[in-house]
Ligand binder design. Structure first.
Ligand code: MV4
Length: 493
């Protein structure tokens, strides 16, 4: 087993991984940038190593600095978390070359799944259902012919990409040429690669993903699904397990397809197979594989009863995974809400500033994976995720109710958050019915505005703010003058 692990990440996921390390009696090294000098993940670690400037390129994305940090601190493994370098095959290789263990899959698995066109071909060969379509086309004539054969609406996607970048829905032939040009441009900008693929557009599909987990001895199982259809601009907001839509038969088929997909790239560690599920005929298709521990892993941990972060570390150290598929079942229902410092009534722009108040909810079945505390600064350098609020209850209905109560008890002042927006989404009758397709949020909540706040809440918020503003340094007051009206407007967000 490892003696010391360096966590090449920040915020809530760095802390989540450090907790797993501590439970396995492994020492932890945090890395940090200028902006993160006083952040929670640095305070939580046994030791901390300074990387450099706040810009990700100078810190959390800098391969040389991270490997140097591991060597300097004597860490024998690196956990990449999610985002940053977690799906960078060169990073995984560089870590191996430095005789440090990368806590994740092999660089070959990462590479094979990184290219969406290549991975799609690989999946077809392995017998995993993929969306009808074509890859490797070049001329507009070929695209036109392909689209006709597939039948409109079609989707053009960046082959190098993923995550919705360089993606265009095309409803009819007259829109095709322009969509190809736009998608190519975006793909070139984002990935330096303008190759596109074209496929049938599954309108009103559900984004359902299967968690897989494997060791280095060829054991690989799935841990059921997460329903992630509540998204805006390819940013997930709410995730849950089980999916309110799947029958036991479809769940089994999807699970088996996911295991097949992962085995085709000799996968080990935690991974996720994304599917698009068409509820009108119960078909599902492979979209992409994420070769990392995902943001939403806690919902699987709760319903499947496993600590994924701990097992990632154990199997990276070479341990055999001691469980079979039949050892797992889904029990109860888990929901996760991502609490962001962003303004839903202003285009979801990140909201930066000092957390004048930050009170997390507590209670049975409530889990908060958080990277912030009262007094911390939210900066513009990184993703504005403040915390993940996860609830677990015996069924979906009680879980929704628990989440609504927990959201009410989550108090954040100083920055605007999406808490009230989330409350509105959860209270919608469509959500109660589980009828949420990938386009639902954008259709129903695009013009959402916060309700007027209650007077006693305004008073308590203002008092909390005043007490904190008085403690602010003179310097900070100069650059960020106290504006009571702004604070009041921000209240309860
Ligand atoms: C699709 C799709 C429907 N049909 N592919 C989005 C990001 C990447 N993981 C693949 N994605 C999708 N691919 C086909 N053939 C639907 C999505 C999709 C989506 C599309 C539009 C708006 C929101 C979405 C959320 C999740 C998935």
């Amino acid at each position: 087993m490892f003696n010391k692990i360096l966590i090449a990440n920040r915020g809530e996921i760095a802390i989540r991984i450090m907790r797993a390390c501590k439970e396995l009696v492994i020492k932890t090294v945090a890395v940090y940038s200028d902006a993160d000098k006083n952040s929670q993940h640095v305070q939580f670690a046994d030791e901390a190593f300074y990387l450099g400037d706040s810009a990700p390129k100078e810190s959390y994305l800098n391969i040389d600095k991270l490997i140097n940090a591991a060597i300097q601190t004597g860490a024998d493994a690196i956990h990449p978390g999610y985002g940053f370098l977690s799906e960078n095959a060169s990073f995984a290789s560089a870590v191996d070359s430095a005789h440090v263990t990368f806590i994740g899959p092999s660089s070959d698995s990462i590479r094979a799944m990184g290219d969406k066109a290549e991975s799609k071909v690989l999946m077809k060969k392995a017998g995993v259902p993929t969306v009808p379509g074509f890859e490797g086309l070049e001329s507009e004539k070929d695209f036109e012919k392909a689209a006709k054969e597939i039948g409109y609406p079609v989707l053009v996607k960046a082959a190098a990409g993923g995550g919705g970048k360089g993606m265009r829905v095309v409803n009819e032939e007259s829109e095709l040429s322009e969509a190809i040009q736009a998608a190519k441009r975006e793909a070139l900008n984002s990935f330096g690669d303008e190759r596109l693929l074209i496929e049938k557009y599954i309108a009103d599909g559900h984004h359902i993903e299967i968690q897989v987990f494997g060791d280095k001895h060829g054991n690989l199982i799935h841990l059921f699904e997460r329903e992630c259809s509540v998204q805006r601009r390819h940013q997930k907001i709410i995730e849950e397990s089980p999916s309110p839509l799947l029958t036991p038969e479809i769940r089994n088929q999807m699970g088996e397809a996911a295991v097949k997909a992962a085995k085709a790239v000799n996968y080990f560690n935690a991974g996720t197979i994304e599917f698009i599920f068409n509820p009108s005929d119960s078909t599902f298709y492979f979209l992409e594989m994420n070769t990392r521990l995902q943001v939403e892993h806690p919902v699987t941990e709760l319903v499947a009863g496993i600590d994924l972060a701990q097992w990632q570390i154990r199997i990276a150290a070479g341990e055999k995974f001691p469980f079979n598929q039949s050892d797992f079942m889904q029990r109860g229902h888990a929901i996760e809400c991502r609490i962001y410092a962003e303004d839903p009534s202003n285009g979801f722009l990140p909201s930066i500033g000092k957390l004048l108040q930050f009170i997390e909810p507590h209670g049975p079945g409530i889990r908060v994976d958080s990277g912030f505390a009262k007094g911390d600064e939210v900066t513009h350098f990184y993703d504005p995720l403040l915390a993940k609020l996860i609830v677990y209850a015996e069924n979906r209905e009680t879980a929704i109710q628990k989440m609504q109560n927990a959201l009410k008890d989550f108090i954040v002042h100083g920055v605007v958050t999406n808490i009230d927006y989330m409350q509105a989404v959860l209270s919608h009758e469509d959500f109660a019915k589980g009828k949420i397709s990938t386009r639902w949020v954008e259709r129903n909540f695009s013009d959402w505005q916060p309700a007027k706040t209650e007077i006693e809440s305004l008073i308590s918020a203002s008092l909390a703010d005043l007490i904190f503003v008085n403690q602010k340094s003179k310097n900070e007051n100069e650059t960020d003058p106290f504006n009571p009206w702004k604070k009041i407007n921000n209240f309860r967000n």
